[in-house]
Design a protein around this ligand. Structure first.
Ligand SMILES: [Zn+2]
Length: 94
C-alpha cells in the first residue's frame, strides 16, 4: 500500500499487457509489470504511476489544459528526476 495524500493505493506486481505499469483510478491500484526485474526501472514505474495517483487524488482532471500527454510528460519527468537523484527504499504502509 501507498499513502497518496491520505488515500490508500495498492501496489501489485502482475502482468500489464502492453504497459510497464498502470494506475487504475477506480480500484485505486497501481500495477507494475512482473517482467521488469531491474530495481531502478521498477522504481521508475512505481513513481511514474504514483504521479498519476496524485493527479487523481488532487482532482487534477484531464481536460483542455491538462491533457493525457501533458500528464504523461509530468509523470515521466518527475519519475526520471527522482530516480536520477535518489535511492529508494519503499516503506510498507498499511
Ligand atoms: Zn503514465
Amino acid at each position: 500500500m501507498r499513502n497518496i495524500l491520505g488515500e490508500f493505493v495498492a501496489v501489485k506486481i502482475d502482468s500489464c499487457e502492453d504497459a510497464d505499469g498502470t494506475y487504475c483510478d477506480q480500484k485505486k491500484e497501481i500495477t507494475i509489470e512482473k517482467k521488469i526485474k531491474d530495481k531502478h526501472r521498477r522504481n521508475y514505474v512505481e513513481i511514474h504511476e504514483l504521479v498519476h495517483a496524485i493527479f487523481d487524488r488532487a482532482g487534477i482532471c484531464q481536460g483542455p489544459n491538462i491533457t493525457i500527454d501533458i500528464e504523461e510528460i509530468i509523470a515521466h519527468c518527475i519519475a526520471t528526476a527522482f530516480i536520477e537523484n535518489y535511492d529508494f527504499k519503499p516503506k510498507q504502509v498499511d
